[in-house]
Design a protein around this ligand. Structure first.
Ligand code: ADP
Ligand code: MG
Length: 611
């Protein structure tokens, strides 16, 4: 329960709605509780008419003082009327009471359920904002499914508590309060008799609910397996087909599906106990109320009237739903507490990237120094960068080359402060990266990652992604610079073509160039290309880099690649191996040194000639 207390500030935020909701609940129940009394009066009127002798014997107990003030006033007026009129007006009043109570019930849902939706919305935003602040490492260690669950499933469970559960609880409290108050006034003995089966009902429902919850959780897990299985089969269909594994996949699916079905059926069986047990309890309650009530009236008509029996039977009907909701409310609240615990756990996860208290915005196109940095990936312990020292002059064009796994991408990540270094410091114009405004830093670096990611959106929106607003001409220009414009324009919908499941399937090279266009449309101080032309042929690569010459003027460029270009005149070429710089210098110098670079260059030249 203590986890749910973190929701209190939401209740405080929406306190007016909550208060109004409570008032509506009370009013709705007040008008509902009057109808049993009026019904009792009607029954008594009939008894009076049918048997004057009983009426005389009973005295004035037909107009009992224990009725509500409002009902009492009405009865006083009605008593002066003829039998037919009394009957007609009582019926009318019953309808009016039902309508008034219904209107307040509508308003109660409108306030409390709406409040719960608003809280749900706030909570989702709170979680999403936190997601965006968390560092790359967090995303590496948590599965997407888990993250999705917290923002959707867990928040919905919590909403069941802040909305329906609280509403039913207050509802129950008022119905119980009102009915017990009037019941005790009418007959304490009959009250005890009528209410005695209700606790059994509440406990039964609670137990059934707990079992249902356990079963549905198991089912939820099975369902998630099933969905993952199906999803993988769809997205991996090419691999499955080419390895002829359709049968095996179907086998897995059927197995999962079978387990899911078995559990779902068993859940349905348990759920089926719900309503019969309610009906049984209503039956028992009604039966003993009528029996005991009748025996009492027969023994002594002044004790209570026949109308009281009718009145009590109606109270039982009114109470049965709220009472059965106790069990439901209790298990809802338990579930909400468990979900809120998971949400809190997540919200309390700090980002490993600590934002500076006094963020600075140094010029980024000045000197950059990576001063003896060391970096180890936190969760794997891989020491990717070792005592790395590099100075990048303003506007320099740097190439980083090296084998796979030598640490090239890691350098790019560190320059963007996706991770913090373990030792050493990265300086932008003399300011340590940890003191720089992170949003400023990242929005002034155009980074094209090694693994391209495009959103299921139009090509235009994908290219314009980094900007709040981008004119079509800018999108086109970026596409031209990335040498992908002609291909885009050949699609039937041009720049409005959808990418992904609902649109075209792009080739690896096209994706890479669109992702380059996305970087080019920004006008950054620094450009980092992480092997982003690996899937295009050498000629296209040359064209793209050629186009970039003008664009890169006055910008610092760090180009990570596994191919060597003589075209772009790099100011410095860094050869990385195992997280360390093994060679560096200009093309001509490195060729003369006859090291790794020269060897790689020669091999590439041979390959190109043999093509
Ligand atoms: P490159 O880009 O040169 O191929 P990387 O910088 O990607 O090399 O990787 C350097 C080393 O760090 C490799 O040993 C790789 O396995 C490891 N590595 C890369 N990314 C991660 C990561 N997110 N988590 C853990 N280890 C990583
Ligand atoms: Mg890489």
């Amino acid at each position: 329960m203590k986890y749910l207390s973190s929701l209190n500030h939401f209740f405080w935020k929406y306190r007016l709605r909550l208060l109004l909701g409570i008032i509506f609940i009370v009013l709705s129940n007040y008008f509902r509780i009057l109808s049993p009394q009026l019904t009792g009066y009607v029954v008594n009127t009939i008894v009076q008419k049918v048997d004057v002798a009983i009426a005389a014997k009973a005295g004035n107990s037909f107009r009992p003082k224990e009725y509500d003030f409002f009902v009492y006033k009405i009865i006083t007026v009605l008593d002066s009327k003829s039998f037919g009129e009394r009957f007609f007006w009582s019926a009318m009043l019953l309808i009016i009471l039902a309508v008034i109570s219904g209107v307040f019930m509508f308003l109660m849902r409108q306030t409390i359920i709406v409040m719960s939706r608003l809280i749900e919305y706030d909570q989702k935003n709170q979680i999403f904002t936190h997601y965006q602040q968390l560092d790359t490492n967090f995303y590496k260690t948590h599965s997407t499914g888990d993250l999705m669950n917290r923002i959707s499933e867990d928040v919905s469970r919590v909403r069941m508590y802040v909305g329906p559960a609280i509403m039913y609880f207050i509802n129950l409290a008022t119905v119980l309060g009102f009915s017990i108050f009037f019941m005790l006034k009418a007959s304490p003995r009959l009250t005890i008799v009528a209410l005695s089966p209700l606790p059994i009902l509440a406990i039964t429902i609670y137990l059934v609910n707990t079992i249902i919850h356990k079963k549905s959780q198991h089912i939820q897990a099975l369902l998630s397996d099933l969905t993952t299985n199906a999803q993988e089969s769809y997205s991996g269909i090419r691999v499955i087909k080419s390895f002829v594994q359709e049968k095996a996949m179907l086998g897995f699916f059927t197995q999962n599906s079978e387990a899911y079905k078995k559990n779902a059926l068993s859940l349905a069986k348990t759920e089926a106990i719900y309503f019969p047990s309610m009906a049984l309890m209503i039956g028992i309650s009604t039966l003993i109320t009528i029996m005991v009530g009748a025996i009492d009236v027969l023994k002594d008509p002044t004790h209570h009237s026949v109308g009281t029996i009718a009145e009590f039977v109606m109270y039982i009907q009114l109470l049965i739903f709220p009472v059965s909701a106790i069990g439901w409310t209790a298990s809802m609240t338990q579930r909400a507490a468990a979900s809120q615990k998971r949400i809190n756990e997540f919200l309390q996860t700090p980002s490993c990237i600590l934002l500076p208290g006094n963020p600075l915005q140094p010029a980024l196109n000045k000197k950059i120094i990576l001063e003896n940095i060391d970096f180890t990936y936190p969760h794997t312990g891989i020491n990717a960068i070792k005592n790395f020292y590099l100075e990048i002059n303003p506007g320099a064009k740097i190439a980083i080359i090296g084998k796979t796994g030598s640490g090239k991408s890691t350098i790019a990540q560190l320059l963007l402060r996706m991770y913090d270094v373990d030792k050493g410091v990265i300086l932008y114009d003399g300011v340590p990266i940890t003191q720089i405004d992170l949003t400023y830093l990242r929005s002034n670096i155009s980074y094209v990652p090694q693994d391209v990611f495009l959103f299921s959106e139009t090509i235009e929106k994908n290219i314009a992604f980094g900007l709040v607003k981008a004119p079509t001409t800018a999108v086109k220009k970026a596409a031209e610079q990335a040498n992908v414009a002609t291909e885009i324009e050949s699609f039937p919908y041009g720049y409005k073509t959808m990418i992904g499941e609902r649109g075209v399937t792009l080739s690896g090279g096209q994706k890479q160039r669109i992702s380059i266009a996305r970087a080019l449309i920004k006008n950054p101080s620094i450009v980092i290309f992480d092997d982003c032309l690996s899937a295009v042929d050498a000629r296209t690569e040359k064209t793209v880099l050629n186009n970039l010459n003008l664009y890169l003027e006055n910008k610092t460029a760090i180009i990570i690649t596994h191919r060597i270009f003589s075209l772009l005149d790099f100011d410095n070429i860094i050869v990385l191996d195992d997280g360390k710089i093994v060679e560096q210098g200009k093309h001509a110098t490195l060729i003369k040194e006859k090291g790794y670079y020269a060897e790689m260059y020669n091999r590439q030249q041979q390959q190109e000639q043999s093509l």
